[in-house]
Design a binder for this molecule. Structure first.
Ligand code: SF4
Ligand code: SF4
Length: 310
């Protein structure tokens, strides 16, 4: 990655851990340490959010330019020649980076020593920070490096590389695929893909999901005036994927997305919930959990065991 980009990312709080990889403290880690408030994934899945590490093996590369993306977006594209980092180096350097990132919380009278020590020893990884992780060629090996260290892994992909998912040598604890639009027209406008094939690739990924032997989640980022509604179309697409869970999450006006979106594009929790209710009804799924301040609703089959195990 060029020096200029590295400098910008560092200014945004990233620790660059190699040629293309990086780690950044999720704001919820600090919240949990300081005032005990956790992210919705702790409430839904029982992860310990102060021990979660948010990282990416290819921080600067993505094949979409989603208008709602909160990350710095001057990313490279698929044709660029990139030198990737080794999985073991990424894992070790990200853990070391996370330790450095939590250093400043020690001594804060609101943070207990015990929790701070735990935060230095992450046991959960969100492979989702920036860039599209399936564009990293050694993704399965990287997941394995984290698993070897006793960490659970949540992989979030835009779903445009079904072949990579099909061939992953090691599967994440939970695999998220984003379904950001009910049809190709809206997808192209909202996610600005860099090739005309990508919608078809997402469809391929949806069809592949039932054969992937791990927990699968279809995720929506719901943006007011853009992709809310069309519950019937969404549910038809989702029924191809038959995921274990669906997360319907409202867009939040933060980070770089503020350059492309307006405050009015943030839906209320009620809007998200109403969308999820209709989608759930069409798919025969229940509303399992919700967290109003994160504008998120979880759908799935009644009695589904939500807690993840390492
Ligand atoms: S699961 Fe996501 S929101 Fe929660 S602490 Fe990890 S990166 Fe942050
Ligand atoms: S696919 Fe993800 S990283 Fe890429 S632009 Fe969209 S939200 Fe950002």
């Amino acid at each position: 990655m060029e020096q200029g980009k590295q400098d910008i990312l560092r200014k945004h709080g990233y620790i660059i851990t190699g040629k293309e990889s990086g780690v950044k403290l999720c704001h919820w880690v600090g919240r949990k340490l300081v005032d005990g408030r956790a992210c919705y994934k702790e409430m839904f899945y029982g992860i310990e959010c102060h021990r979660c590490m948010q990282m990416s093996p290819c921080i600067d590369i993505c094949n979409q330019k989603c208008l709602f993306c909160w990350r710095y977006q001057d990313m490279g594209d698929t044709v660029k020649k990139v030198e990737f980092d080794e999985p073991k180096d990424i894992a070790e350097r990200c853990i070391a980076g996370q330790r450095k990132l939590v250093t400043g919380f020690r001594g804060d009278h609101r943070v207990s020593e015990e929790m701070w020590q735990e935060a230095r020893d992450p046991n959960q990884v969100a492979i989702s920070l920036a860039g599209e992780p399936t564009m990293y060629p050694y993704l399965g090996e990287l997941i394995k490096e984290f698993s070897k260290r006793g960490m659970t892994t949540f992989l979030v992909t835009n779903g445009t590389f079904p072949n990579i998912l099909k061939e992953l040598s090691h599967l994440p604890t939970q695999l998220y695929v984003t379904l950001p639009a009910p049809n190709e027209r809206i997808y192209r406008q909202l996610c600005v893909p860099n090739s005309s094939q990508q919608w078809d690739k997402i469809m391929e990924t949806l069809e592949l999901l039932p054969s992937i032997d791990t927990r699968t989640v279809v995720r929506h980022t719901l943006v007011a005036d853009w992709n809310i509604g069309w519950e019937k179309e969404y549910s038809e697409l989702i029924s191809r994927a038959d995921p274990d869970l669906i997360e319907a999450k409202g867009y939040v006006f933060v980070g770089d997305s503020r350059r492309r979106m307006n405050l009015s594009n943030m839906p209320s929790h009620q809007t998200v919930k109403e969308f999820a209710r209709k989608e759930g009804e069409l798919l025969g799924l229940e509303l399992l959990k919700e967290k109003a301040d994160s504008r998120v609703v979880l759908l799935g089959e009644k009695h589904f065991e939500l807690k993840v195990k390492g």
